[in-house]
Every structure is written in structure tokens, then in C-alpha cells.
Write a protein that binds this ligand. Structure first.
Ligand SMILES: C[S@@+](CC[C@H](N)C(=O)[O-])C[C@H]1O[C@@H](n2cnc3c(N)ncnc32)[C@H](O)[C@@H]1O
Length: 184
């Protein structure tokens, strides 16, 4: 229930930011809920997952849509497939009802964030839903929090949405907006 509130917020933000001429990337396709949602907003959607199972599930939802490209590869290799986009979304962790050992990994996620940052254009954004409730998720959370502190506040606005009454490391959402170009 609480997670859904967060995902509803995440989708509401996407609705406000994504226009029909935009290219969007879903970095963690999973069961395809977010890919399907993005497909209703954007001109083109690229979606990544390392699990065939995720592609099978997502194909059931968007397989008929020619503007959606499902890619079975790590999001670290994004540049092999798409170099220009409005924004990207990450829903970190493991596939719901899937193998919990196949989760996003701290080093991979950070590598990908480093790759993405120079590609972000003015008004581009990165949306992350982070799950510190499991061991790897806690490492990932800490690494992401350390990384965002290194971003130039003149170029990026960063917001966080959290459940403030939850005690056990609830999920939260980060939005990283690029507000200016380096040349501005
Ligand atoms: C929480 S699930 C995503 C849920 C999805 N957004 C949805 O709407 O159903 C996280 C997914 O990230 C995938 N994943 C883990 N490491 C990845 C990587 N390096 N590149 C792409 N996907 C990865 C997992 O296989 C898993 O399916």
C-alpha cells in the first residue's frame, strides 16, 4: 500500500514532465508496469532488464507497441542502444515475486549514473525509487546518497519523497533535475 503511494507519486511526476515528443528510458523494466506507463506518455521508450523473465512479462503488456524497445542487457550498456533522451527512471531492487538474489547492484547502478550524467540535457531528469529495506539496497542507498552530494547545485535540483513515519528503511523516491547547461 505505502509503496504504491510512492509509485503513484513517481507516475504523477512523469506525467507532468514527459511530452509526446520525448524519448524515455526505463532502466529496470521488471514486470513492465513502468514501461507500460511511459509508453502512454512518450514518443519512444527504451527499457532494460538483465532477466529474460522480465522481458517475457513486459512483452505481454507492450509487445504490440512499435515505439517501445525491450532490451535484455544491463543498463550499464545504455550507450550501445540510445544516446539521447529526456529522462530515465530506475525502480531499484529485485523483481517482485521473482528471484531476490537478482537485484540491482551498487557498483552497477553507480557506474550507470556516472554514464548518464553527461548525457542529461537541460530539463532532463533521473528518477530513482530506492529500496533500503534489504542488504544490497542499503549499500545502494548509501552510495547514491554520497553521489548526489557531489552534484553541482547550480546545474541540478534534487528532491526526495519519503515516508516519515515508517521506521524500517522504507522505499523513497529521488528526482534529479538538470536545470541548466554547463554553458548557461
Ligand atoms: C524492482 S524491479 C523493477 C520493477 C519495474 N519497474 C516494474 O514496473 O515492474 C528491478 C528490476 O531491475 C532489474 N535489474 C537488476 N540489475 C539490472 C541491470 N544491471 N540492468 C537492468 N536491469 C537490472 C532486475 O532484474 C529487476 O527486474
Amino acid at each position: 500500500m505505502k509503496k504504491n503511494v510512492l509509485l503513484e507519486q513517481a507516475h504523477a511526476i512523469l506525467t507532468s514532465l514527459v511530452s509526446p515528443e520525448d524519448i524515455m528510458v526505463d532502466m529496470t523494466m521488471g514486470n513492465g508496469h513502468d514501461t507500460l506507463f511511459l509508453s502512454s506518455l512518450a514518443k519512444e521508450v527504451y527499457a532494460f532488464d538483465i532477466q529474460e523473465k522480465a522481458l517475457e512479462k513486459t512483452k505481454q503488456k507492450v509487445g504490440h507497441l512499435t515505439h517501445v524497445h525491450l532490451i535484455c542487457d544491463s543498463h550499464e550498456n545504455i550507450l550501445d542502444y540510445v544516446q539521447s533522451f529526456k529522462g530515465v527512471i530506475f525502480n531499484l531492487g529485485y523483481l517482485p515475486q521473482g528471484d531476490k538474489s537478482i537485484t540491482t547492484k551498487t557498483e552497477t547502478t553507480l557506474n550507470t549514473l556516472h554514464t548518464l550524467l553527461p548525457l542529461l540535457k537541460k530539463e532532463g531528469f533521473i528518477q530513482l525509487v530506492v529500496y533500503p529495506g534489504h542488504e544490497e539496497g542499503r549499500r545502494e542507498d548509501k552510495a547514491i546518497q554520497d553521489w548526489i552530494k557531489t552534484l553541482n547545485p547550480h546545474l541540478f535540483h534534487i528532491t526526495e519523497s519519503r515516508f516519515i513515519h515508517e521506521e524500517k528503511n522504507p522505499p523513497y523516491m529521488l528526482m534529479i533535475y538538470k536545470t541548466k547547461d554547463e554553458s548557461d
